[in-house]
Design a protein around this ligand. Structure first.
Ligand code: ADP
Ligand code: ADP
Length: 225
């Protein structure tokens, strides 16, 4: 694994006179085992940054490397990188109402061959949702649902973990626990983790914090305190 690398990535939406610059020459390196935070006002480009880093959106210029693999290739190759090397955690965890916890975690393994998956039951235990493998989302608390969403993102052993507002639906104590889990998994599994957040309590769990303003990323500051 070689982490996540963005080199002078630019992205604009629209064409002709109606264009919006979402990312302006953004460069970012996240090392394996490192968890970084990206903060910034609404409209600054944070979602666009995650979309580009996750191979969901192709930038107009610049390079994106995930675990050493360039995302500039064909859509077919990009889809494979998305499936095998990238984990996504969303604020509303996107669980499927009809599936049990263990089936939610298995789901990414049903989309194609994964070389060395983690065991879904062991993974649920590792994220602290043991003994609830057979529960559906409505039978779990908000914190437990977020943990199932994290387990689902980890099951393929991704090189890069992209996390969008993971604490938006959680109280302070649950937020703290979820961030501790993300930071621990990042270090133990040598992932490069990017957390987009508005929550200042999240920052102290991260190694560096970057601010986005008008599509530009400031130099990353080490997190102190
Ligand atoms: P953030 O996540 O920080 O709120 P976004 O990445 O969503 O920022 O948006 C960056 C800029 O791009 C904003 O000005 C936004 O209005 C614009 N934008 C985002 N998505 C689209 C789209 N699909 N079409 C046109 N403009 C968009
Ligand atoms: P939290 O303290 O994380 O907010 P809750 O108070 O929502 O948790 O739930 C406490 C416990 O009750 C959790 O372990 C959860 O699994 C369980 N639980 C919550 N809702 C249901 C339900 N509808 N059916 C069965 N168990 C539930």
């Amino acid at each position: 694994s070689e982490g996540l690398l963005l080199e002078r990535v630019s992205l604009r939406y629209g064409d002709g006179e109606e264009t919006t610059v979402a990312l302006e020459e953004v460069s970012l390196r996240v090392e394996p085992g490192e968890i970084i935070a990206v903060v910034g006002p609404s409209g600054a480009g944070k979602s666009s940054l995650l979309a580009v880093a996750g191979g969901l959106t192709v930038p107009d210029s610049g390079r994106v490397l995930v675990g050493g693999v360039d995302l500039a290739g064909r859509e077919r190759d990009r889809a494979r990188v998305r499936r095998e090397r990238i984990g996504y955690v969303f604020q509303s965890n996107n669980l499927i109402p009809s599936l049990t916890a263990v089936d939610q975690v298995r789901l990414p393994l049903t989309f194609g061959r994964v070389t060395d998956p983690r065991d879904p039951r062991e993974l649920l235990a590792a994220v602290g949702v043991e003994h609830k493998e057979d529960r559906r989302p409505h039978q779990l608390s908000g914190g437990e649902r977020q943990r199932v969403g994290i387990a689902r993102a980890l099951v393929t052993r991704p090189d890069v973990l992209l996390v969008d507002e993971p604490t938006a639906a959680l109280d302070r104590q649950r937020s703290h626990e979820v961030l501790e889990l993300l930071a621990r998994e990042t270090r133990e599994r040598r992932m490069a983790t990017v957390v987009v957040t508005h929550d200042h309590d999240v920052l102290r769990h991260c190694d560096r914090v970057f601010e986005m303003v008008d599509g530009r990323l400031t130099a990353g500051e080490p997190v102190t305190a």
